[in-house]
Ligand binder design. Structure first.
Ligand code: UD1
Ligand code: UDP
Length: 382
């Protein structure tokens, strides 16, 4: 049996095209969700919206655990599930604590590991995600690298598994979503009121998302960031991650979110979010997935990345993003002003016709490779 394991919002979104492809090819799999993201707005809403099956196994995690204890807890609990069913292989995605916990469980149980989105490196070993992805790559049997950059990182590290460059399944997720459900992409409707209107009668806003632990742990950074936004003269739409909201409450800084020019909304579904990105003037973010999504020809946006480094340099090279390496109010305001001017000129300009993350057929390539390596997954009637 093949196992698909997710734990957080981006893992569900990026695994969903693979699940759809497996179903299309009538290949059986069991789905395990670790419950790292337990809030329904970051988990079950996507099972419903993307029409994937509810997990065969859902885990309850101790919410008081630190990162290291969380990884061990995931490893132990997934380990028990892997013993119950006869799994021959598992797919894990990305770089979260769930990805590493699940991969360690499979490794201990001597189960074949496929790592989707392997080889990303920002070379910042203080970042938990960097530690997670390095370790998952080390113990995986097959590494699905999205780009040549990620392939080179893996080759440089002499990983033992087989490497295949297949693009990123996020491109498949965008393609499936925009092709199948264009009518559902009505994100702007709910946030329309209160946004600034230009001479053509169109709303203008900058989309902002922020959730990285490194940014949320820095009270001064958050204070300066939101003070800068308030004084920038632009409107913002801000779907807020529950972790981010918790930090604003902890810091007694919720008042910073109550400015008329910053429209704070709960985390949105996928259709809505893609529409919000597409309709934005530009994006300010520290999200990994969003750095990839903006390069899709179906989205094509520019982003200021609120990080000193990134494991997604392709999106900078393709002209879709810039790193705000040195964060301070002056730098941010200057970058926002430059970007705003650039976007006015570039309003209809395509940066690059194809995304560095592929053309949306990664899930098919992945399933073909799974069938090639594990012939037991090919249904008998095929
Ligand atoms: C995790 C991943 C990060 C990924 C992000 C996607 C790790 C170390 N981090 O960070 O790489 O980019 O998911 O969104 O794996 N919380 C809730 N509701 C939830 C889950 C978490 O309120 O459903 C709050 C809790 O206070 C929790 C805090 O967020 O302590 C951090 O949770 P964590 O699991 O580290 O998740 P993210 O910060 O979302
Ligand atoms: N996303 C969403 N709703 C939101 C915010 C993000 O559906 O309100 C999607 C987004 O399109 C992307 C994924 O969630 O596919 C990114 O998740 P996140 O930024 O939490 O994690 P990261 O990619 O940084 O690991």
């Amino acid at each position: 049996m093949l196992g698909i394991i997710t734990g957080t919002r981006p893992e569900i979104i990026k695994m969903f095209p693979i699940m759809k492809q497996l179903e299309k090819e009538k290949i059986d799999y069991k789905y395990i969700h670790t419950g790292q993201h337990y809030d329904s707005r970051l988990s079950s809403r996507f099972f419903d919206e993307l029409d994937i099956k509810y997990p065969d196994y859902s885990i309850n995690l101790d919410k008081s655990n630190n990162y290291h204890r969380q990884i061990i807890e995931i490893k132990n609990k997934i380990g028990k599930i892997l013993k119950n069913e006869k799994f021959s292989s598992v797919l894990v995605q990305g770089d979260t604590n769930s990805t590493l916990g699940a991969a360690l469980a499979a490794y201990e149980a001597n189960i074949f590991i496929y790592h989707v989105e392997a080889g990303l490196r920002c070379f910042d070993k203080y970042m938990q995600e960097e530690i997670n992805r390095i370790n998952v790559d080390r113990i995986s049997d097959v590494l699905f690298a999205p780009t040549e950059d990620s392939l080179h990182n893996l080759v440089n590290e002499n990983v033992k598994g087989k490497i295949f460059v297949v693009g990123n399944t996020i491109m498949d997720a965008i393609r499936i979503t925009t092709n199948k459900h264009p009518g559902k992409m009505n994100g702007l409707e709910q946030v329309r009121s209160g946004l600034r209107i230009n001479q053509n009668g169109h709303e203008h806003y900058v989309l902002i998302t922020i959730h990285r632990a490194e940014n949320l742990e820095n009270k001064e950074f958050l204070f300066n960031l939101f003070t800068s936004l308030k004084t920038s003269g632009l409107s913002y739409v801000f779907p807020i991650h529950p972790h981010t909201l918790k930090q604003f409450k902890n810091y007694n800084m919720v008042y910073l979110l109550e400015s008329g020019d910053i429209k704070v909304i709960p985390p949105t579904g996928y259709y809505e979010f893609l529409k919000l990105v597409k309709d934005a003037d530009f994006v300010i973010t520290d999200s990994g997935g969003l750095q990839e999504e903006i390069t899709s020809d179906l989205i094509n946006k520019y982003a200021i990345i609120l990080r000193p480094n990134t494991e997604r340099p392709e999106s900078i090279r393709s002209g879709h993003s810039v790193l705000l390496k040195d964060f301070n109010i002056e730098n941010l305001i200057a970058e926002i002003k430059t970007t705003y001017k650039k976007m006015k000129i570039k309003e209809t300009q395509i940066f690059t016709p194809t995304s560095p993350y592929g053309s949306g057929d990664s899930s098919k390539q992945i399933v073909d490779i799974i069938k090639m390596l594990h012939s037991e997954h090919i249904p008998a009637n095929k």
